[in-house]
Design a protein around this ligand. Sequence first.
Ligand code: 6GU
Length: 233
Amino acid sequence: MILKVLSLFPGFVESFFSTSILAKAVEKRILSYENVNIRDYTTDKHRTCDDAPYGGGAGMVLKPEPLGAALAAVGADQFRTIYPTPGGRLFNQAYAEELSKEETLIFICGRYEGIDQRIIDLYVDDEISIGDYVLSSGELAAFVLIDAVFRLLPGVLSSESLEEESYKSGLLEYPQYTRPEVYQGLRVPEILLSGNHALIQQWRKEQSLCKTQRYRPDLLEKLKQEGKGYGFN
Ligand code: 6GU
């Protein structure tokens, strides 16, 4: 997969791609990226990227010309172009899976109050929100989207870890334990030491259900409506 990230903070973007498991995917050639500085596409002496909004109001808006020139340069008319914004469609795992099937993705990282609507009309395929809260940096939201997508690419994770995780079954994950058996007086649940895999699976299912009931009753409701029972086979 090829990722092209347009922003005003290429250093921030570089730090994201050069750290952790994402860097390994780049090394393994599962992923390549282009880090594009929108400011490189300005034509005025002051390299201006933003301006006050027409109609008044607080904050600044990214001007269409530099951003549009950057988008044209990376071929935004040919590739799926994503604008992370709190005003977009809500992201989820199914959306991540859909995006992971694309050969190339372009991300526009805005700051200020947003970007000129005509850029959205001309170039953007998806306006995506990562949740009901507001971040000051479009980069952070783009990083969340990129992380959720790249880990689904073949060769990044083991297929077992992908299959077992939350949201596949529609329930939250059960608790995990590792050695030692007793930590600060707290014991690992006896059943996990029993070697009885049927009982362990049943316990994990109960734990998943309890946790989902407590934190995400909406997910249980959705499973019921879809007639899927409780995931977990
Ligand atoms: Cl995609 N961007 C920003 N700046 N804030 C957000 C968001 C995106 N999704 C939720 N809050």
